[in-house]
Design a protein around this ligand. Structure first.
Ligand SMILES: [Zn+2]
Length: 121
């Protein structure tokens, strides 16, 4: 006989230790995305570098390449011009979706991925 036990929500402490941004700003003059994290770190991510490591299946070249961390050389070495960030959309509470000026928008950048894209940590 099955019992219907209601699921308990996770305690707040467990959620609080997760790395989360406290503020996200697209600086179109400096051409970088600025993320303030809940551990006090601030990431400055160049638009073109972020675009270059777009995690979508199309840019990754197939499902076999999904789920890998961003290529930091690409983030750093991509010339930061030619592409700008048109729009930032929150995907639930776990990721951001960017609309780039070249029309591409299918990449979903998780918090973890965005933090990994920051070569300074
Ligand atoms: Zn893509």
């Amino acid at each position: 006989m099955e019992q219907n036990i209601p699921r308990q929500p996770k305690p707040l402490q467990q959620q609080a230790v997760k790395l989360r941004p406290t503020a996200v700003t697209a600086d179109r003059n400096r051409r970088e995305l600025i993320i303030s994290w809940n551990d006090g770190h601030q990431s400055h991510l160049p638009f073109a570098g972020l675009r270059a490591v777009c995690p979508c299946v199309e840019c990754r070249g197939g499902h076999a390449h999904m789920g890998q961390p961003p290529d930091l050389d690409k983030v750093r070495a991509t010339l930061n011009e030619g592409v700008t960030l048109e729009k930032v959309e929150a995907m639930g509470s776990y990721a951001l979706q960017f609309v780039w000026s070249d029309g591409h928008y299918t990449g979903i950048y998780t918090w973890e991925y965005l933090r990994q894209a920051d070569s300074l940590g």
